[in-house]
Design a protein around this ligand. Structure first.
Ligand SMILES: Nc1ncnc2c1ncn2[C@@H]1O[C@H](COP(=O)(O)OP(=O)(O)OP(=O)(O)O)[C@@H](O)[C@H]1O
Ligand SMILES: [Mg+2]
Length: 166
């Protein structure tokens, strides 16, 4: 049996450009079926990161915060294959039933890439993440921490090429 520790990564993001650079780097490390939880307070930069990720992945239109719709679907090209990216913001979700009734569970189908803001609002009904990403305010910038918890998340973080201030 092989034991290996899951990939773990931390960085300081001095400004919004650094957050965007991390989003772009993540876009290049995506794989179908990946679920990423985005943790952090209001205004931590979860949507800013997701927006940069989607644009770097080739989405040309706007990326709005799905504050009221709770989820927003996109389609990106991943190595010649169309893959769905579903961006969730569960902050305003009232109950776990709302998540189930909306059919959100079916979005986690092993093919879509699911990016979830405020996963804490749907624990018990939300499928588990491959990567947890934590954003915290630090001075004028943000600290970020990424932790893989599955083989898929691990291989994503292994291929992540990001150095702040690039
Ligand atoms: N590294 C950074 N340093 C300083 N400011 C940043 C950084 N990254 C993002 N920001 C700023 O922080 C704010 C983040 O807003 P954003 O909507 O992305 O937060 P959020 O985490 O999605 O909040 P919510 O929980 O309300 O959805 C934006 O104003 C953005 O310019
Ligand atoms: Mg947001």
């Amino acid at each position: 049996m092989t034991f290996y520790s899951m990939q773990h990564f931390t960085a300081h993001l001095h400004d919004e450009a650094a957050t965007a650079a991390l989003g772009s780097a993540l876009a290049r490390a995506l794989a179908p079926g990946l679920t990423i939880y985005l943790h952090g307070d209001l205004g931590a930069g979860k949507t800013a990161l997701t927006r940069a990720l989607l644009h770097a992945a080739g989405h040309a239109g706007t990326v709005k915060s799905p504050t009221y719709t709770l989820s927003e679907p996109y389609r990106i090209d991943l190595g010649g294959r169309a893959v769905g990216v579903i961006h969730f913001d569960l902050y305003r979700m009232g109950s776990p039933e709302e998540f189930l009734d909306a059919g959100f569970r079916e979005d986690f189908n092993g093919d879509n890439i699911c990016i979830v803001e405020w996963p804490e609002k749907a624990d018990r009904v939300l499928p588990p993440p491959d990567i947890d990403l934590y954003l915290t305010v630090a001075g004028n910038g943000r600290d970020v921490e990424l932790q893989a918890s599955t083989a898929l998340g691990n291989s994503c973080l292994q291929s992540l090429k990001f150095a702040p201030n690039m």
